[in-house]
Design a binder for this molecule. Structure first.
Ligand code: DX5
Ligand code: ZN
Length: 219
């Protein structure tokens, strides 16, 4: 079973608490929150106040998984911790002091995450895996929901999986972008534990069925 993390980027922002509640009731164990600054990525979304509102709607029933697509992410670690983030992920391309950032995130009581853009070599995070609770492998170029899955990331997922297994680590692999019912099994077979799905969940006529189908594959 994969952990499904519906991305609220594809939810109805005017009814965010309702949409968050709905996907949790329909079986989502994680809620994925995309924070964008218009600098690291060409889009603007939300900040700590909305993460706080999402955490309140989650009410301890799911993991609040916050994906920072922002420059200088360590400026805001305290704010996201206070807002209720439980997993906090920064991009390797935006953070030169990754080892320190992972320790700082853990020091605030959150799970530490690092994300890789589709073209970024996995070797960039090879020597920080021991300090990292989650590796988020982007399978689209970050910035927008509803894009097509980039197939070239599959061998990258396999490689990171091998490193984690060889070292006996509990680090999770999360895959984000273009994941849905059609490719979930292949992504899990490559090594993913957590599947982010925005449009594939919120755009589905039957959201419960979508969450069930995306979460079904086992490795
Ligand atoms: C993209 C975001 C994703 C996005 C995924 O930059 O990080 O989390 O919401 O959306 P889908 O699942 O529609 O590709
Ligand atoms: Zn994301």
């Amino acid at each position: 079973m994969a952990l499904v993390a519906p991305s609220i980027l594809s939810a109805d922002f005017g009814n965010l608490a309702r949409d968050v509640d709905e996907v949790i009731v329909k079986g989502a164990p994680w809620i994925h929150v995309d924070v964008m600054d218009g600098r690291f990525v060409p889009n603007l979304t939300i900040g700590p106040p909305v993460v706080k509102a999402v955490s309140k709607a989650v009410a301890g029933r799911a993991v609040v998984d916050v994906h920072l697509m922002i420059v200088e992410p360590t400026k805001y670690l305290d704010d996201f911790a206070a807002a209720g983030a439980q997993v906090l992920t920064v991009h390797v391309e935006a953070e030169p002091h990754l080892h320190r950032a992972m320790q700082a995130i853990r020091g605030l009581g959150m799970k530490s995450g690092v994300s890789l853009n589709p073209h970024t070599p996995p070797e960039m995070i090879e020597w920080v895996l021991e300090q990292t609770d989650l590796v988020l492998i982007m399978s689209v170029n970050p910035g927008f929901g509803g894009q097509r899955f980039i197939e070239q990331v599959l061998p990258k997922i396999e490689r990171v999986r091998r490193w984690i297994d060889q070292r006996g680590l509990a680090t999770l692999i999360e895959v984000d972008g273009g994941v849905g019912v059609d490719n979930a099994a292949r992504v899990v077979a490559a090594g993913a534990d957590v599947l982010v799905a925005g449009s594939a969940v919120f755009g589905a006529a039957d959201r419960a069925a979508a969450i069930r189908a995306i979460g079904a594959p086992t490795r």
